[in-house]
Ligand binder design. Structure first.
Ligand code: ZN
Length: 203
């Protein structure tokens, strides 16, 4: 199983990090060891002083696919949820400055928090999904999939040109603005259209 993540998919988030908008989606991969086991707390790794949360809508691939056409992409997933793409921002910034790959900053153990899966049919309109991250009860990120530069189906089509998608693979579709640092004892809750799908304690 692999985790494919999309970067720079919301303009407001591209601006907050002073990144440039790209002509094609930015893709990176987290290994399966990045998945935070269910019900476990997230421990801030000792190699970073600035781990950021990024709340994202995620989808789970339901069958093998390669070179998937966008018009058929919706048949490649049934379930959606929320995920957190934990990012060691200090490490990422220094790697980016040197033009080096981000893997250490994005793919470390526990850096992928996966929420509870729900059937996509239970969501009224996949192109208008509201999602929110609460940190210690306060809303810190509010997103809507209508602001994505590349929607879920176009992401599946694009990614499958490079990487064969397999059953159980997970796609993280990018984060809206509001990313920020976590601290010990923070409690994060991700809400998708009123459903609390994700909870994680920071240690
Ligand atoms: Zn992300």
């Amino acid at each position: 199983m692999k985790i494919i993540c999309i970067g720079r998919n919301y303009v407001d988030h591209i601006r907050e990090l002073n990144n440039e908008q790209t002509e094609e989606p930015v893709i990176f991969i987290k290994p399966d060891s990045a998945v935070l086991p269910k019900e476990q707390d997230f421990y801030i790794p000792e190699f970073s002083k600035e781990v950021h949360y990024e709340l994202e809508v995620i989808v789970k691939i339901n069958k093998v696919g390669k070179h998937i056409q966008e018009k058929f992409a919706s048949t490649y997933y049934d379930e959606i949820s929320l995920g957190i793409d934990f990012t060691a921002r200090d490490l990422q910034s220094s790697l980016k400055k040197k033009g080096l790959p981000w893997e250490k900053a994005k793919g470390f153990d526990g850096s992928a928090v996966i929420g509870e899966w729900i059937n996509k049919e239970s969501v009224e309109d996949l192109k208008h999904i509201n999602f929110t991250l609460l940190k210690n009860g306060q809303s810190v990120q509010e997103g809507n999939t209508k602001y994505m530069l590349w929607n879920i189906n176009s992401i599946i089509a694009y990614v499958s040109k490079f990487f064969m998608l397999k059953k159980g693979d997970i796609i993280f579709t990018g984060t809206p603005a509001g990313v920020g640092k976590i601290a010990v004892n923070d409690y994060l809750i991700g809400i998708l259209e009123g459903n609390e799908l994700l909870k994680v304690k920071i240690k």
